[in-house]
Design a protein around this ligand. Sequence first.
Ligand code: PMP
Length: 363
Amino acid sequence: MPRRVHNFNAGPAALPLPVLEQVQRDLLDFAGSGMSILELSHRSTTYEEVHHQAIADLRMLLRGSEEYAILFMGGGAQTQFALVPMNLLPARAHADYLITGPWSMTALHEAQKLADARVLWSSANTHFDRVPTPPFDYPLDPQSAYLHYTSNNTIVGTQYAVVPEAGDVPLVCDMSSDFLSRPVEASRFGLIYAGAQKNAGPAGVTIVVVRQDLLERCPADLPSPFSYAQVAAKNSLLNTPPVFAIYIVGLVARYLLEQGGLTAIATHNADKARLLYAAIDASAGFYRGLAQPHSRSLMNVTFRLPTPELETRFLTASSAADLIGLQGHRTAGGLRASLYNAVSLTSVQALAAFMEDFQQRWG
Ligand code: PMP
């Protein structure tokens, strides 16, 4: 057996072992083709089957209707920060943004380079320790082109438990770090985008789920690879797609379906997060969570120790115990354990036990 550590990386992150083993089996001779999938034409029927099956399995996981197009695009989530306003925000209109962390702030700033994007709500003045909760009382203009929010804030460790209210304004969500981690009420959204590299697969592909009627907004003079309408019209085969990443997303989607779909995965994820937050809450303040309890993320658990020296000591000792990837984001400091789908309960138990032991030694 190869050595496998407890992987708490924030992204790229842990992938399910059965998926990696399948990739290994397929690598030299994919589906009897005598070639690796890396070496096949993206116009071959062998690849096209992989492509269409990945879309079909994602649609099944999301219980999404044909009313939504599912696209595979390049450029990561940050490219979507620009493509969303380029496609959906006409001149003379404006869009609104809920600002709950550095990524939603960057999304706003990228949109402002192109159009009129406004802050509707922000938790910047409390270090992004919370997200808006019901009743959502921000003054959303019904004329807004869309309302943009970030469902899970990877850096600070907060997450919306409830989809924010948008009335008839199309809701646009950066779901990069909790896509496929829990059921999605697809019909609530105008557009969802997610870089694959947390819960859905490897880096290199971004998944976009867009309501078909919004495609009519995409300006005809946009360069084709930037246009959701053009990419959708070609079923994401407009140019050479990131074939290897899409193939792995397909394997992950199939694996999640076999595990019982997103409801089952959500239960598993909630169990893991509950265990870790309980360890923090039982520490009498030795471990201090960064997020307000009502806004805690089930995906990224962020916390601090009493001093920076103890945090360094914690990181050294945890990595010696094969607990990897626990350093907080460079802008937030402290520690962060990312508990994406492929992180097992056993790994979280190992971390919780390590934390208790560390506190007994140094607390
Ligand atoms: N949004 C969120 C919520 C993220 O977590 C990240 C990456 N960690 C990004 C956007 C940026 O993604 P990318 O590197 O794929 O552009």
